[in-house]
Design a protein around this ligand. Structure first.
Ligand SMILES: Nc1ncnc2c1ncn2[C@@H]1O[C@H](COP(=O)(O)OP(=O)(O)OP(=O)(O)O)[C@@H](O)[C@H]1O
Ligand SMILES: [Mg+2]
Length: 340
């Protein structure tokens, strides 16, 4: 059996700080098969970007302490020499960075920026690289790509810039596309277009896609599998359908309560009470426990591991409730069954 396209195995990324190590990622395991989309969701600061910057080996300047493995087709990218990593970053893994305006050079025409990427990895002339760049812009649905390629980032709308980022990430035909919150700054119509473009390219090119988002609703239509992150750890993961139909971690229930339901009589959003914990001094036991309406003593003593509940659906919660997912959308404190 061939290994998964991407496998993250017990990853920890701790950044040094005066107050002690910041545990941005702490024991995270994930995997993604070729041709599929993995949705990674969680609140701001849950470690999503750090995880995938670690996979690109772009954190080294911050001197983090990194443990665990990040396997691309079975090869641990964390152990590769920098020279080999340059042949991974771009040609094997393309990344759409979270902030397209700062990821694009403000003083270079967008067509030239993409052409530069081509020339850095392939032995092609300027004219050829430019033609490939224009074709890539057309492929992501930019009209008059020839003209747009001659423009500077500030002359493009947010949605256009995001398309440029997708074109740049895919120009070298990588096996894996990491899209870090690619639609956060966009209105819902453009968001749907961008997600549609990414999904078309996935089907057409057979690549694997990691789609990072704050919201489960954003990834619902396109993800095959979903991982829900909280404070640097995965608290639930599984097939997208199963996580939606039977979410089994109280944090996921909370995330779903923040999705407005179509046709609901009242569409009041229920925020998750409290705020994420300190990553320097996280609470003992389950990191979500201080905000969890269902916690009991054991939750504050032991840090729960992800446990498979069947069909590839796993959660890191010790709540002994049969039919756990049935409690979705009812964040009232547990009854006797939960305390038993
Ligand atoms: N270079 C760094 N040095 C120190 N701490 C960092 C560094 N990069 C990130 N962090 C910290 O790591 C934690 C996780 O950050 P990360 O950017 O991965 O969150 P995120 O889940 O991507 O959030 P968002 O949804 O807002 O993008 C945060 O507390 C952040 O402050
Ligand atoms: Mg981020």
């Amino acid at each position: 059996m061939s290994p998964p396209l991407l496998e993250i195995d017990d990853l920890t990324v701790h950044f040094p700080s005066a107050a002690g190590p910041v545990r941005a990622v702490d024991g995270l395991s994930l995997s993604l098969e070729r041709g599929q989309t993995l949705g990674v969701v969680g609140e701001s600061g849950s470690g999503k970007t750090v995880t995938f910057l670690a996979a690109m080996r772009l954190l080294e300047r911050s001197r983090p302490e990194i443990h665990g493995r990040i396997l691309l087709d079975g090869v641990d990218v964390l152990t590769l020499p920098a020279r080999e990593m340059r042949e991974i970053r771009g040609p094997r893994i393309g990344m759409i960075f979270q902030d397209p305006l700062s990821a694009l050079h403000p003083l270079l025409r967008v067509g030239d920026q993409i052409a530069e990427t081509v020339r850095a990895h392939r032995d092609v002339g300027r004219r050829d690289a430019w033609a490939q760049s224009v074709a890539a812009l057309a492929q992501v649905g930019i009209p008059n790509a020839d003209e747009r390629a001659r423009q500077y980032p500030h002359q493009l709308s947010g949605g256009m810039r995001q398309r440029v980022m997708i074109a740049m990430a895919l120009i070298l035909e990588p096996d894996l596309l990491i899209a870090d919150a690619p639609t956060t700054a966009l209105d819902t119509t453009v968001e749907a277009q961008i997600l549609g473009i990414i999904d078309d390219l996935r089907t057409r090119l057979g690549i694997g896609v990691v789609l990072v988002s704050h919201s489960l609703a954003t990834v619902a239509d396109v993800a095959d599998t979903v991982a829900v992150m909280y404070a640097g750890r995965a608290v639930e993961r599984g097939p997208c359908q199963a996580v939606f139909a039977h979410p089994s971690h109280p944090y996921t229930w909370g995330l779903l309560d923040t999705v407005p339901a179509l046709g609901a009589e009242r569409s009041r959003l229920v925020p998750i009470p409290g705020s994420p914990p300190s990553l320097i001094d996280p609470p003992p036991g389950c990191r979500f426990a201080p905000r969890c309406a269902y916690r009991f003593d054991a939750c504050t003593r032991h840090l729960p591991e992800l446990v498979e509940r069947g069909g590839g659906h796993a959660d890191a919660c010790v709540l002994p409730v049969p039919g756990r997912g049935a409690r979705r959308n009812r964040l009232e404190p547990p009854g006797e069954e939960a305390a038993a």
